[in-house]
Design a binder for this molecule. Structure first.
Ligand code: NAP
Length: 295
């Protein structure tokens, strides 16, 4: 496609958040749009709190087709939508806006995007018994998705037990047949055996080599580790890999949710979206940054 800078026939897609200058989303989305030959340009802009509503109201007037919404606006976006997908309704948060037929439609692709990106490395049968570390915003998307996709047993480990208990109550409200247990972070090693999947969803390890849980001395043979942090090797992923675990970092979730958002805006099947190329483009940039900054 001729350089997008010179074209006058493009529709726009946006990332709205604050800050957004570090985001990989423009790279990931524009990689896919170019491969698909679609006449769209994906841009990121930082938005002030007082302007968010006006920005969402104005973008469709400028011909924008949709937007991703990131921190701190997922709840704000949820409140602005005229129509919500079942996932957005359940999670009370929106990460994808679709401007369609004069309405603002809200979706949440975080959970299913993460689920899709697990792929064959962690087959669905292995996701039935899961241990999730954390009880924040990202954890909600993961837990709702695990249980809505047929998960049976979930252990939630968190520093603040009351937050994990609140999440458990919310989950049991939606999935009354599920087994949901809350435990302290210190129980991690004792609970590891028998889990098909471990998901690390806390922000611990984002900036340093700390682990939210005690590091194990053994890792069960068929337990997959999904770490939501990307861009650095965390203490937990390092130890699990050394012990033979199969590990996926947070680029899987980032690209998975991006691919689903794109399928909504383009009104194409998720299988049409080149997820692997999006992942490769993101991985190349992350690896280059790591070489430069030595993380
Ligand atoms: P959040 O809502 O603020 O939740 C933070 C979680 O981390 C809570 O469970 C909190 O425990 C825990 N935590 C924070 N500091 C801790 C400490 N010192 N010791 C133990 N636990 C601690 O954040 P979020 O939005 O869910 O994001 C969490 C992580 O997921 C971040 O690293 C973010 O980058 C990542 N993420 C990745 C993607 C992706 O696409 N890959 C998407 C979303 C989020 P308490 O409840 O005790 O405070």
């Amino acid at each position: 496609m001729r350089s997008t800078r010179f074209r006058a026939d493009l529709s726009t897609l946006w990332l709205l958040g604050r800050p957004v200058h570090h985001s990989l989303s423009p790279l990931i989305q524009n990689t896919a749009l170019e491969l698909l030959g679609e006449k769209y340009l994906y841009l990121a802009t930082s938005v002030e709190d007082k302007d968010f509503t006006r920005v969402v109201e104005t973008l469709p007037l400028l011909g924008a087709v949709g937007a991703n919404v990131t921190v701190p606006y997922k709840l704000h976006a949820y409140r602005l939508c005229h129509h919500l997908s079942p996932e957005a309704q359940v999670m009370g948060a929106v990460n994808t806006l679709h401007f369609r037929e004069g309405r603002v439609e809200g979706y949440n692709t975080d959970g299913l995007g993460w689920w899709n990106a697990l792929g064959e490395q962690c087959p669905p049968s292995q996701r039935e018994n899961a241990l999730v570390i954390g009880a924040g915003g990202a954890t909600r998307a993961i837990c709702h998705t695990l249980l809505s996709q047929g998960g049976r047993s979930l252990k939630i480990l968190n520093r603040t037990l009351s937050k994990a208990e609140a999440l458990k109550d919310e989950l049991l409200n939606h999935y009354p047949d599920a087994e949901v247990e809350v435990r302290p972070l210190t129980d991690f090693c004792a609970l590891l055996e028998g889990q098909g999947l471990v998901v690390q969803t806390t922000s611990v390890g984002l900036h340093d080599e700390k682990s939210p849980v005690p590091l194990p001395s053994q890792w069960p043979e068929n337990t997959f580790l999904s770490e939501l942090i990307y861009g650095r090797t965390t203490a937990l992923t390092r130890r699990a890999s050394e012990l033979g675990a199969t590990v996926q970092d947070g680029l899987g979730m980032l690209c998975g949710q991006a691919a689903l958002s794109l399928s909504i805006w383009l009104e194409r099947e998720p299988s049409d979206i080149p997820l692997n190329s999006m992942l490769s483009a993101a991985r190349a940039v992350v690896n280059k940054r790591r070489e430069e900054f030595g993380t």
